[in-house]
Write a protein of this length. Structure first.
Length: 131
């Protein structure tokens, strides 16, 4: 297992980690197989989506915050229930094909670390399998 460190700078943020993940795949020497990306946090997640137009990230974060407001009479006293709910909606892992040593992603796709209770130093776990 490989552990990447992700430093987030805002409370809610989508950070493009595609190059970090690709670098880890290259370093591991994986040519054909799968790369599992797992976020071991309860107020963060992983998504694959458009990384060409940065306004997509803004729209996603704005809509998630509309759907899950920061304050909504939550029971959890830590003050980050919105982050927990957003993390569940986004999900905490992705499996990505690797072909000829490269992550197989669509032209406009990138891998995003989704922070919902930052800023923090976070971990992203990778496990690769040749197949
Ligand atoms: Zn909490």
């Amino acid at each position: 297992m490989i552990e990447l460190t992700v430093k987030t700078g805002k409370r809610n943020e989508l950070l493009d980690v595609t190059s970090q993940v690709q670098e880890a795949v290259s370093k591991a020497g994986l040519k054909e197989g799968l790369c599992i990306v797992y976020c071991p946090h309860t107020t963060a997640g992983v998504a694959i989506n458009e990384n060409a137009d940065p306004s997509v990230k803004e729209d996603v974060l704005r809509k998630l915050t509309e759907l899950v407001p920061k304050d909504d009479n939550y029971s959890h006293m830590e003050g980050n229930s919105d982050g927990h709910i957003k993390a569940i909606l986004v999900g905490n892992s992705k499996t990505i094909f690797v072909k000829s040593g490269k992550l197989v992603l669509g032209t406009w796709e990138g891998i995003f670390f989704c922070e919902f209770d930052g800023p923090r130093s976070r971990n992203l776990l990778l496990k690769m399998a040749e197949c």
